[in-house]
Ligand binder design. Structure first.
Ligand code: AFP
Length: 360
């Protein structure tokens, strides 16, 4: 049936043998997550035929219009993951508060936080969307008390596992349990995700960047500098031409970067100073950062590594710059040079305004 290929369960058993710290609970929990993603992928692939496109007529805690599939995807995670006895609680982009495991089910020692349908603004135009998840251990002190949102506020470096499903031309699962990043492709004939991309590795350099260029006037200067240099191409300081992509679905951007390198940026911008970024730390930035770093890339806010950020609230947003290591580190350097004033434009009555980089 598997034609010698490894499915997710076999992969996890082999991982447990290699890494005894990865206990069976995590493997069983990931299997429940996989079932959630299969169910969501089924709904996404049927689209209009299933009557699941369009708006739900409600807004989520972020104030964003909920798509019907946002709500159905959230319900799929709750339905498949709450009964297994591995979790104490779940949290989601689509729920304002945490979802404690109901009393009728046994409670476990892990927390699951997820974006059930990332990129959902693309769902009605048939572009790739995905589900993102992150697994945390319950804090020791929390074991005897009811779970709270504070239990989820752990640095990304404490994640036990992270992954995403991407519902595209093929449905794939990308997973890390702390020992590399690995890709599985759904074989619809047997309903199994089969290992097709073991040990994914992001090239340290790239000629491709992804950013929503319509926000250029709002970006912080280090990002304006980086993108301006990319656009100058061969004639500029980079000495090479760049390509640009923007899918408006983080899962699709990260997947492309895992496959062929690149850098993805959703930086801090001045469009809404109350928000330090668009993307959410716990269920977008952190899991994607673990996946990227485990594949040899890097993930930063520009000022600090994403996995080091200490969360302060469940739906906290952060700036995100991730992908090919050398590009992320260059952008971090530009942030330091901006903070120190090294990149500030200097003005001289003799030479009018000059800058380190051309502004024409
Ligand atoms: P939606 O899930 O609301 O479509 O948002 C997707 C997302 O969080 C992330 O996946 C994209 O990279 C980013 O937003 C797209 O943002 P813009 O709509 O500003 O391009």
């Amino acid at each position: 049936m598997l034609c010698g290929r490894t499915n997710v369960n076999k992969f996890l058993v082999e991982e447990q043998r290699r890494n005894p710290a990865l206990i069976g609970d995590v493997s069983m929990l990931i299997s429940d997550v996989v079932r959630s993603c299969k169910a969501i992928g089924q709904g996404v692939s049927r689209g209009s035929l299933a009557g699941v496109l369009g708006d739900e007529g409600s807004r989520n805690v972020q104030g964003e219009v909920q798509k019907k599939l946002d709500v159905l995807a959230n319900q799929a995670f709750l339905h498949h993951c709450e009964w297994g006895g591995h979790l104490r609680a779940m949290a989601s982009e689509e729920m304002e508060d945490i979802h404690p495991i109901p009393a009728e089910h046994p409670r476990g020692n892990y927390l699951l936080v997820f974006d059930p349908l990332d990129g959902s603004s693309n769902i009605d135009v048939n572009l790739s969307v995905g589900s993102i998840f992150s697994v945390l251990r319950c804090p020791d002190h929390a074991s005897a008390q009811p779970p709270t949102a504070a239990d989820f506020l752990q640095c990304g470096s404490r994640q036990v596992a992270a992954g995403y499903a991407i519902y595209g031309p093929s449905t794939m699962l990308v997973l890390t349990v702390g020992n590399g990043t690995h890709g599985f492709t759904l074989n619809r004939d047997i309903g199994e995700f089969l290992l097709t991309h073991p040990d994914l590795a992001i090239s340290p350099d790239t000629r491709e960047f992804a950013i929503n260029a319509s926000n250029e006037r709002f970006w912080e200067p280090p990002v304006q500098r980086y993108v301006a240099e990319c656009l100058q191409g061969k004639s500029g300081v980079r000495g090479k031409d760049f390509n640009m992509r923007w899918v408006a679905s983080m899962v699709a951007e990260v997947h492309r970067i895992l496959m062929r390198g690149g850098v993805f940026m959703y930086p801090r911008d001045s469009k809404d100073l109350s928000k330090p970024g668009r993307l959410r730390l716990l269920y977008e930035a952190n899991p994607m950062a673990m996946i990227v770093v485990q594949a040899g890339g890097q993930a930063s806010t520009g000022d600090e590594r994403i996995l080091d950020v200490q969360p302060t609230s469940l739906h906290q947003r952060v700036p995100v710059i991730l992908g090919s290591r050398n590009e992320v580190e260059r952008i971090e350097r530009y942030h330091r040079e901006h903070a120190s004033g090294e990149d500030q434009p200097f003005r001289s009555p003799l030479f009018s305004t000059r800058t380190l980089f051309r502004d024409d």
